[in-house]
Write a protein that binds this ligand. Structure first.
Ligand code: 1HE
Length: 275
């Protein structure tokens, strides 16, 4: 695969995809969106987790407003463009491979919609979030009403959109827009390093377990209790069919596996802010 607006690399079992349009603050035009969809549609089997990051001081400034202005899209044309965003970001959320986003600077509009499709969000302390669509005379079209609203709650998203206000990294952390915040000034690892370390740890889980986590939990959350429990039963049966169950459980039974204890090395020390 060769791309113009993305850089791609592999570090062991981690695929690294970098938005590479920093001169336009990584704004997403039709060409960039097509590349995002292509990358997430054809992830090779040996990639077990993906790190999604961006060049420059800003993660993503959202929809390319210049292209939108120049094209004078009709309602139907813009609806089709946005359906393309839904398709591409669905591949991120439901492609079966964990996606860890590393954020910095502006994560706004469609940039927040992109980040909301990732499963784990690591934020540099410079990160901020906003939904300025109202000030531009448009609406969300990259899935925020579904994905971002489920993270922050629908009423909070309404408030963010109505006011167009900046949500700083600390509030974003409290709202779930960032799971981890890295502030090198207080001794934290740089966000990109921490996000890669997390991606490598996640890539070490059993692939079928990861598949179940990223494809079923959000869907089950949309189901009734009875349907959800039924779906969970089916999902664990599928995961149980994997050939790693006996090996991994056997390692624990043989006392060779790490224990789930704060000091056992089983978990990373995440860069969490208090409160
Ligand atoms: C862009 C875009 C863009 C920058 N489309 N070209 N998104 C927004 O409303 C955010 C608009 N952008 C900004 O508020 C600022 O650019 C930033 C806060 C992100 C960065 O500020 P700064 O001072 O670092 O950069 P800049 O000087 O504003 O921008 C540098 C260049 O990037 C400049 O182009 P140049 O040719 O003059 O050098 C900008 O025009 C360009 N640029 N952002 C196009 N968004 C599926 S629906 C989704 C709906 C939405 O996403 S709405 C939210 C849109």
């Amino acid at each position: 695969m060769s791309f113009q607006y993305l850089k791609t690399a592999e570090i062991g079992a981690v695929g690294v995809v970098t938005l590479d349009r920093a001169s336009k603050r990584n704004a997403i035009d039709e060409a960039t969106l097509a590349e995002i969809e292509e990358y997430f549609s054809s992830v090779p089997d040996h990639i077990k987790a993906i790190l999604l990051k961006a060049e420059g001081e800003h993660f993503c400034a959202g929809l390319d407003l210049k292209e939108h202005f120049d094209k004078k899209r009709t309602p139907v044309e813009f609806m089709r463009v946005c359906q393309g965003w839904h398709r591409a970001f669905d591949k991120i959320q439901f492609g079966g491979i964990p996606v860890i986003a590393c954020l910095q600077g502006a994560v706004v509009g469609g940039g927040l919609e992109l980040a909301s499709a990732a499963h784990v969000r690591v934020a540099d302390v410079s990160t901020y979030f906003a939904l300025p669509e109202g000030t531009r005379g448009i609406f969300t079209g990259g899935g925020a009403t579904v994905r971002t609203a489920r993270i922050v709650s629908a009423p909070r998203m309404v408030e963010m959109m109505l006011t167009g206000r900046i949500v700083d990294v600390h509030e974003g952390h409290r709202l779930g827009l960032a799971h981890h915040v890295c502030d090198p000034a207080r001794g934290d690892m740089p966000a990109a390093e921490f996000a890669l370390e997390l991606a490598q740890k996640i890539a070490g889980n059993a692939p079928l377990s990861n598949y179940a986590m990223v494809t079923s939990i959000s869907r089950i959350a949309d189901m009734s209790t009875t349907d959800g429990l039924f779906a969970e039963g089916l999902m664990i049966a599928v995961v149980q069919s994997g050939d790693e169950v006996q090996q991994r459980v056997g390692e624990f039974v043989a006392k060779k596996a790490a224990k789930v204890k704060p000091d056992s090395g089983a978990g990373l020390a995440p860069q969490r802010l208090p409160g």
